[in-house]
Design a binder for this molecule. Structure first.
Ligand SMILES: [Zn+2]
Length: 756
């Protein structure tokens, strides 16, 4: 369900050869002997994926709506299974029984000062052949909204985030007993009803403002790619960041038929108030009927109205009810057994379920995955034997909230802790620049892969194109300098919103999330218009970026699967941790300065003196200045990690020529330790108040959802004014960094013996 960030188009016409040549250095983790073999297999692999095949797969998989529990969802799972088998892979379908609510009652009506009944309907469009498949389409709704029938005054809350409610307080507007209307964007959608409920609201509407993904950006569908006035973003509103993703009734365990299930009313991740998404066609009359203070300038969208906040006089009736049924999810799992290190697993996934036809989300990523699997099938016939076991996963139930992947991870947790080396995820694809996110121990590795793939438009490597784009977009000379000077492009830390969450955050498996984006805008996300017609008119219409994604992820999978020693590196990781510590120190200092300044303004009477009596505002409350926090334990631990990381880097490069002489037992013990490096960053007690999340460096933010919070317990402690907790968490993070350094030292010592 990942929504791709839209960035401006850039064109490059620089020719530079791909990294190639007889004297190129050995790949990390490879002996010189295996290096040249690997290079050959990789170039064979990269020649196989076909845009025409991907187009055909997309046409098939997106031909009908295929949400969880629908007939075509089942058909697609069986079709994918048949392809895996046809290509010679050992494949099966694994099912789980999950709670998946579907709409029963949906009513939004304004009863004062004028009557308006929302249409809540996306009409078929004549030129778009699949948009008319009404009988099979899920109506527009937010899954896991609690049932409710409420009436109250309406309040516009911008994106509905905590800072927006601080502004409402200044305007003297309360949402107690009100129904809020928030616009989509800037956070995971489930945050909006959650924050509204925390402030006393009784219902929540979420609409797509044309400023965010409509005509403010480009022409609307079908003339252009953007959301038209009837388009609605469906989506899950499950409060997974404060509890857990996956089936709400079986937190922490696989949703097998005999699993012990919570009663629905005890499920923590269901919303506290009813919520429903609407189009801007339906939102406009409601917003136009609001009075009260003008919305702050940054809140105003692109509708031709004066944006007021309310409350009222618009009064709204909202009624939502769901069928709370258990449905089957069908995960399709395919295995390529490893030769000499079969008990080390490289896992690759993308979901296959969609909200409706889902050509972009998820099929554009799924078709790349399928071409990788077909390519590996071909290479197996030609004699390629991966060292490690490779597992390909087409997940079901991602859209409701990572149901298929989370249940699989929970059901196989022990084996995965034992065997999983790396998980690689995609979730959709488009034209543009390679997005690289993941564990920072894989930063150097994925940079090396990006240097091996040619960009289909510019003919430079996808790494080079990404670097140029970052230089072009850099906000300061200092930033540009770093991008040019640093050997590796920085990868982004992972939050959530797609299937890697269970692997990374729950089990501590090193993870990568990849995809191309940045050249095409889209406003069809989770609507009936995300279909084959849209994709082949407004996105990667010739599927050359689909091929590039197969080449990129396929190469990454192969390179990870074949290396004698897993190509992890910890210098970038240690460097990133040091950067996080600086950010946290600045976050605290900024907060202290801000509160000190505001307290001074209050003492001086600034707010009263500057008040406009015709547009009155409420004085903010005086607050205690945040105390200083001792970051030293984390700084010392990060310092130690850097020393261990440098030691490992030296040891591994000195050992590299001798890797081929290593006996299987030594190799296995080295790789075992390397697999443990990501586990070392987890703590079984988990994060405060959300113990399902065990990783102490990365987590989705409690108030962002998709957006990552790095060093989450410390960062959110400061952001949410729990300073004592933040300080305690500093020592817990220091402990896992020390543990990480110890594991890295252990492998370094083993390699040093060999290097001598
Ligand atoms: Zn998706």
């Amino acid at each position: 369900m990942r929504q791709l960030a839209a960035v401006l188009l850039m064109s490059i016409v620089v020719a530079s050869p791909l990294v190639a040549g007889p004297d190129q250095p050995a790949l990390a983790g490879y002996s010189s002997a295996s290096n040249s073999d690997e290079r050959q297999w990789e170039s064979k692999l990269q020649a196989i994926p076909s845009p025409a095949n991907q187009r055909a797969y997309m046409q098939h998989l997106s031909a009908r709506p295929h949400h969880v529990g629908s007939p075509y969802d089942q058909d697609n799972a069986e079709w994918i299974l048949a392809r895996f088998k046809e290509w010679g892979l050992d494949a099966h379908i694994e099912t789980f029984d999950v709670l998946f609510p579907t709409p029963k009652v949906r009513v939004v009506e304004m009863i004062e000062p004028v009557k308006y009944t929302a249409k809540l309907e996306e009409p078929a469009i004549a030129v778009d052949p699949t948009s008319g498949q009404k009988a099979e389409q899920l109506p527009t709704y937010n899954a896991y909204s609690i049932d409710g029938d409420v009436t109250g005054p309406l309040v516009f809350v911008n994106y509905g985030l905590p800072a927006d409610y601080e502004q409402l307080d200044r305007l003297g507007v309360s949402v107690k007993g009100a129904i809020v209307i928030a616009r989509y964007g800037n956070s995971w959608r489930g945050i909006k009803p959650k924050v509204a409920a925390e402030h006393g609201a009784i219902g929540c509407l979420i609409y797509s403002d044309p400023r965010d993904d409509g005509y403010f950006e480009e022409d609307v569908f079908p003339a252009g790619p953007m959301r038209n006035s009837n388009g609605v973003q469906r989506g899950s509103a499950m409060d997974f960041p404060s509890s857990n993703p996956g089936d709400p009734l079986t937190p922490g365990i696989g949703a097998t038929p005999d699993a012990k299930r919570l009663p629905i009313k005890e499920a923590k991740s269901i919303t506290k108030i009813p919520v429903l998404p609407i189009s801007y066609g339906d939102a406009q009359p409601l917003l136009a009927a609001l009075k009260g203070p003008m919305a702050p300038e940054a809140w105003r969208g692109a509708l031709g109205i004066a944006y007021h906040v309310g409350a009222g006089p618009a009064k709204v009736h909202l009624h939502v009810e769901s069928n709370w049924d258990l449905k089957k999810v069908n995960d399709v799992i395919a295995k390529i057994p490893g030769s000499s290190a079969a008990d080390e697993w490289i896992i690759r996934g993308n979901h296959h379920d969609a909200w409706v036809n889902g050509a972009e989300d998820p099929v554009s990523g799924q078709i790349a995955l399928l071409e990788e699997a077909r390519s590996f099938g071909e290479l197996l016939k030609q004699g390629w034997k991966p060292r490690r076991t490779i597992i390909y996963c087409a997940w079901d139930g991602e859209e409701p909230m990572l149901l298929g992947s989370t249940e699989w991870v929970e059901a196989h947790a022990d084996e995965l802790r034992q065997h999983a080396a790396v998980y690689l995820n995609t979730d959709g694809n488009g034209r543009g620049y390679l997005d690289m996110g993941g564990s920072h121990s894989l930063e150097q590795f994925i940079n090396s892969v990006a240097r091996s793939i040619q960009d289909p438009e510019s003919r430079v490597t996808v790494w080079q194109r990404r670097q140029f784009k970052e230089i072009e977009d850099a906000k300061s000379a200092e930033e540009r300098k770093e991008i040019r000077a640093r050997a590796d492009l920085r990868i982004t830390a992972l939050g959530s919103g797609t299937d890697y969450t269970g692997f990374l955050d729950h089990l501590g498996i090193a993870t990568l999330d990849l995809g191309f984006s940045g050249e095409d805008k889209q406003g069809i996300y989770h609507s009936i218009y995300d279909d084959f017609f849209w994709y082949t008119h407004f996105s990667d219409s010739d599927f050359v970026y689909g091929r590039a994604l197969s080449q990129t992820v396929g190469t990454a999978v192969m390179r990870l699967a074949d290396a004698e020693v897993l190509p992890f590196d910890f210098v970038d990781q240690a460097d990133t941790v040091q950067k996080y510590i600086k950010e946290l120190q600045k976050l605290l200092t900024d907060k202290q300065d801000e509160i000190r300044e505001r307290n001074l303004e209050l003492e001086q009477g600034l707010f009263r003196a500057t008040l406009d009596p015709r547009h009155p505002t409420v004085e903010p409350a005086k607050e205690d200045v945040p105390p200083f926090i001792n970051f030293a334990p984390m700084q010392n631990a990060a310092d130690r990690l850097m020393r261990s990381a440098e030691r490992y880097r030296t040891a591994s490069s000195q050992a590299q020529p001798k890797l081929s002489s290593l006996d299987p037992a030594t190799l296995s013990s080295i790789n075992r330790k390397l697999m443990d490096t990501e586990r070392a960053l987890t703590d079984n007690d988990g994060l405060p108040r959300r113990s399902w999340y065990k990783h102490l460096l990365y987590a989705p933010g409690v108030y962002t959802g998709y957006g990552v919070k790095t060093v989450p317990a410390v960062r959110e402690g400061i952001e949410q004014k729990r300073y004592a907790e933040a300080e305690q968490e500093v020592s817990r993070v220091a402990k896992v960094l020390e543990a990480e350094a110890a594991v890295v030292d252990g492998v370094a010592a083993q390699l040093e013996l060999l290097g001598r």
